[in-house]
Design a protein around this ligand. Structure first.
Ligand code: SF4
Length: 492
């Protein structure tokens, strides 16, 4: 062990450097499945959040009615999106904000970088935001000579580790406390940061870790003149933006700097302020398992002597209007990014977020990523057992299994699948033929029962062959007695 490693703990290897981001999901998932520490961290964290959520959701008698209300509001927004976006622009502008429209990631990044440069800033502090991750704002800023500092604790850990987020709400969910301690000691040491830096004796106690982050972030907040945020909701009726968070670091970004740029996906619109009543009951319970999150910031335009003087709002499309055109797939735009579907997904719990190769992992990623980037991520709709747990917990009632099946129908299919399904349909539609097929199957099933016989389809395993299906499961053995025979016998 080197002297450095002995003093600072072993270097933490970022998961993103081990799990290939551009690989198809099955390949990336296989790598993730071979990382026992990652799986153990994920199982512990998702299990804890699941239990907390179940407790607080169980307290509300009207939970199902709240879900219905949220789904109805979101469906209404999707029907009236252009009208609501214009209403939001009008009201936000009247309140003193400047509203910009960005067709795609490139436009949004250019607008944000231009505003920051015009404000004379070279650094920005950031509120946790999925939209800015989606458009890779940090990478764009870096290429432009600007620096974006994450201030959400979990985002900060990921940024310091030079890793990628693996969860929507808890981006550092794949790290345990020991690993976070090692990251802080290595990246925020006194050697690097001076007197306020982290001492090598830092423990893995949560309070000590939070204090180390607080000292580091305080310096950033006090020196930053510009900030970047996203928003959980954008209220058309008033032109207000809403950020829901737990730590208060977001509020520091939203109130201290002179210039604020908020990048907001157009699907975040809500018609009226009163609609927040529904979502503010659903979101904290579904995400962190709290009755109410500690900090909810609402701001409307700019006001002298109260928060940033220059408020810019970038309304981001980036593929959303194309998703809207698909009557089944558009449900994905109702997502409020609570992460409840990730925490219950048996696939996500075992692979983590990096394997999905997209900023939106888990069940929501499996339906959103292929729609936002058509032609890419075609394998993600198959990253599911269709167990339906995601639908059960989704606070806005997105029928994720329905969209998964819908997307599977649109994607590439194994060669021969269409012919096999056509043949099955032809047989099942003719009762006499179906009875004959059942008798033939029963007759032929005896040798199948012998151990090892015909457990796999005999053709070579390839990406497109039907035998791929039996490469990971046994071919079902036809039963000796069919339902029809059993019924006939029973009637007799
Ligand atoms: S799909 Fe539903 S459960 Fe999943 S993150 Fe979005 S709102 Fe939450």
């Amino acid at each position: 062990m080197s002297t450095d490693a002995a003093a600072n703990g072993p270097a933490v290897v970022p998961a993103a450097s081990l799990i290939p981001a551009d690989a198809p999901f099955p390949k990336a998932a296989k790598v993730a499945l071979g990382m026992p520490q990652l799986r153990s961290n994920l199982a512990h964290a998702t299990g804890t959040i699941r239990a907390k959520r179940a407790n607080v959701v169980g307290e509300l008698d009207d939970w199902e009615r709240l879900r219905d209300a949220a789904a109805a509001i979101k469906a209404d927004v999707q029907r009236r999106l252009p009208e609501l976006a214009v209403e939001f622009e009008r009201n936000a502008t009247a309140a003193g904000a400047r509203v910009h429209w960005a067709r795609d990631a490139r436009e949004a990044n250019e607008i944000a970088a231009r505003i920051v440069r015009e404000a004379g800033a070279e650094e920005v502090v950031k509120v946790k935001s999925m939209a800015t991750q989606e458009i890779e704002l940090n990478e764009h800023f870096e290429a432009e000579g600007l620096k974006a500092f994450e201030t959400d604790l979990a985002e900060l850990i990921v940024q310091l580790a030079e890793d990628k987020p693996s969860h929507i709400l808890v981006p550092a969910i794949h790290y345990n406390r020991d690993e976070i301690r090692d990251i802080f000691v290595q990246k925020l040491s006194r050697q690097k940061m001076g007197g306020d830096g982290v001492a090598t004796g830092l423990t893995n106690d949560p309070a000590a870790l939070a204090e180390a982050a607080r000292l580091h972030l305080r310096r950033r907040f006090l020196s930053a003149t510009a900030a970047v945020s996203g928003a959980n909701f954008a209220v058309a009726e008033t032109g207000s933006l809403v950020v829901v968070e737990s730590e208060g670091n977001g509020r520091m970004c939203l109130t201290m700097p002179e210039t604020l740029v908020s990048i907001v996906g157009i699907e975040k619109l809500l018609p009226s302020f009163g609609d927040l009543e529904v979502f503010m009951q659903l979101l904290p319970r579904s995400s962190t398992g709290e009755r109410m999150n500690p900090y909810t910031s609402v701001w409307t335009g700019a006001r002298e002597g109260d928060g940033p003087r220059n408020v810019h709002i970038v309304l981001l499309d980036n593929g959303r209007t194309d998703v809207l055109a698909d009557e089944v797939g558009r449900q994905a735009l109702s997502c409020i990014r609570c992460s409840a579907c990730l925490n219950v997904c048996p696939v996500y719990e075992r692979t983590g977020g990096h394997a999905y190769g997209h900023v939106y992992p888990g069940p929501i990623g499996a339906i959103l990523a292929p729609q936002l980037e058509p032609g890419r991520h075609d394998d993600l709709p198959y990253a599911s057992s269709l167990c339906g747990a995601c639908y059960e917990v989704c606070p806005v009632k997105i029928d994720i299994p329905e969209v998964l099946v819908h997307l599977r129908q649109q994607g590439p299919h194994p060669a021969g699948e269409r012919a096999a399904m056509g043949a099955a349909r032809a047989v099942m539609a003719r009762p006499r033929l179906w009875r004959t097929a059942l008798r033939a199957a029963r007759f032929g099933s005896a040798p199948w029962r012998r151990k090892g016989f015909m457990r796999r389809l005999p053709w070579p395993v390839s990406k497109t062959a039907l035998s791929k299906w039996t490469a990971s499961r046994d071919l079902p053995v036809p039963p000796q007695e069919h339902f029809r025979d059993w019924w006939k016998e029973r009637e007799r």
